[in-house]
Design a protein around this ligand. Structure first.
Ligand SMILES: [Zn+2]
Length: 500
């Protein structure tokens, strides 16, 4: 049964080489080889064509997964289909990353070459007929019935290669159908009376960075005594640090829906549609997942942008990511060079999403924690490393926008907080059923360009950085800081409303 075993050995080796072997321990391919080999052995030699088709499906689906790992550093997932079908193709070609085509060519030749040789010569003579003659079918059927369910249930089970492909596609289609329904319900939606409060002929480049699971109490810019935000601290005088901002929800989807839609309802208009209709060129670059309960609505809002790119091709259930957040900087850089006069660029970070240790490269593994039995200290240290890395990313973003010397701001906030302390009962997560204060404590930081400060001096003078504010009305603040207004805008719901 070498020809059944070979693709799994190749897939397992690829994952180990690409560092994806964490959730895929060695027992999984072995179990799959056994369970997939059984129907192969049961099939009668006379129906050889069925065997060939069966083998071909296994080979093809494993091959697609291997190719996906080589190209995108992650296994095939719902996100893969999102990035294939939802990305604006013309713009995507401009941003096309260099595919590692030589590596893929070598692996393709080896995979199909070795597989073909095994199938044609080696195994058929040595093993196939011999095993088939020796093992009685009823035992094989019984073994299959026992083994198959072990790998067929539960969220974290191992996926057979063809179902990984099939179910990812089905999941993508379901998301797509749900999103289309939402859009159809709102067909023809128009904001009324959108206008700019400043000279609308002026060039404007606004950047909004949406963080993930960041609790401001872990940031030195907010007074934490661990040096987690040295880059922010170094440019403190350039920043407006709002100290009393809380998310309205600690569930990602609810939190972001509140932030990005008027009245927390997509039907009342969303932030991207608003800026599209306001004459801005809109960009959405995301390292987040695109499907599942937490992320599909946000990804759908993002996909309404003129230019969008979803760079994370990992499946949301794996909680992995195919890139660190700094990959988004490439896209930001290209968007900043875009010739459009008025631009708004959204960057959706993976930030401090669980598992924290997967969110930063090895050179940001600075805080170590103490290896005590409950692991809380190590968890806190890893979380702080993820904040340290986000601080580095944000500084790079600000530096790029500063170099532009345009009428600009960079607004950074997190979708919700996270409860990450060394206390034994700290959950190291954000869950609605617990809803601890730490899960709502978020950073809200603004950098302004010199031109922005001059143009909007009177407006900025009224800001109160100690204002208590909940982010379910955040969209009003974004509209206002972009110096726009419309029928849906309510200044009283903006963080910048002073009541004067
Ligand atoms: Zn979240």
């Amino acid at each position: 049964m070498w020809y059944v075993a070979f693709p799994f050995i190749a897939e397992c080796a690829t994952k180990i080489l690409f560092g994806l072997s964490g959730v895929w321990s060695i027992w999984a391919p072995i179990a799959m080889i056994i369970s997939l080999a059984i129907p192969f052995l049961i099939l009668n030699e006379k129906i050889r064509i069925v065997k060939v088709i069966y083998l071909f499906i296994i080979y093809l689906s494993v091959y697609i997964n291997i190719a996906h790992i080589i190209l995108f550093n992650s296994e095939i997932s719902t996100n893969s289909f999102m990035s294939i079908f939802e990305t604006n193709l013309q713009e995507a070609t401009e941003f096309m990353v260099h595919f590692q085509s030589l590596k893929l060519l070598i692996v393709t030749s080896l995979f199909w070459g070795i597989g073909g040789v095994l199938f044609l010569f080696y195994d058929r003579i040595l093993y196939g007929l011999e095993i088939q003659a020796r093992i009685q079918k009823k035992y094989l059927i019984a073994a299959f019935i026992v083994i198959y369910p072990i790998f067929s249930f539960g969220d974290h089970r191992c996926k057979y290669p063809f179902e990984k492909l099939l179910f990812s596609y089905i999941e993508y289609r379901q998301d797509f159908a749900r999103n289309t329904e939402l859009l159809n319900k709102r067909a023809g939606f128009k904001f009324k009376n959108i206008r700019s409060l400043i000279n609308s002929n002026e060039s404007q480049t606004y950047v909004i960075v949406i963080g993930e699971s960041v609790n401001k109490e872990h940031m030195s810019i907010y007074g934490c005594d661990i040096n987690t935000t040295p880059n922010f601290d170094a440019i403190k005088s350039e920043l407006m640090v709002f100290r009393e901002v809380r998310s309205a929800h600690c569930h990602t989807q609810k939190a972001l829906k509140g932030m990005l839609c008027f009245d927390e309802d997509f039907a009342n208009g969303d932030i991207i549609t608003f800026f599209n209709q306001a004459g801005f060129k809109t960009f959405w670059f995301s390292n987040q997942y695109t499907s599942g309960n937490c992320d599909s609505l946000t990804a759908m809002i993002g996909s309404l942008a003129d230019v969008k790119k979803f760079i994370n091709n990992a499946h949301y259930r794996t909680k992995l990511s195919s890139n660190y957040d700094e990959k988004l900087i490439e896209y930001l850089r290209m968007a900043l060079q875009d010739k459009a006069k008025k631009k708004i660029i959204f960057l959706h970070l993976m930030g401090s999403h669980l598992p924290y240790s997967k969110r930063y490269p090895p050179n940001f593994d600075i805080f170590k924690g103490e290896n005590r039995s409950n692991g809380k200290s190590v968890g806190v240290a890893q979380y702080n490393n993820s904040i340290l890395y986000t601080d580095y990313i944000l500084r790079r973003i600000i530096d790029l926008v500063r170099d532009l010397n345009d009428n600009s701001f960079v607004l950074y906030f997190s979708d919700h907080g996270e409860d990450v302390t060394e206390k034994p009962d700290s959950p190291h997560s954000h869950v609605e059923s617990l809803s601890t204060p730490e899960m709502f404590d978020i950073p809200f930081i603004i950098w302004l360009s010199d031109i922005y400060k001059v143009v909007n001096k009177k407006f900025i003078d009224e800001w109160d950085t100690s204002k208590i504010y909940k982010t379910n009305n955040l969209i009003h603040s974004i509209v206002e800081i972009a110096r726009l207004t419309s029928d849906k805008f309510d200044e009283k719901k903006s963080i910048f409303f002073s009541g004067k």
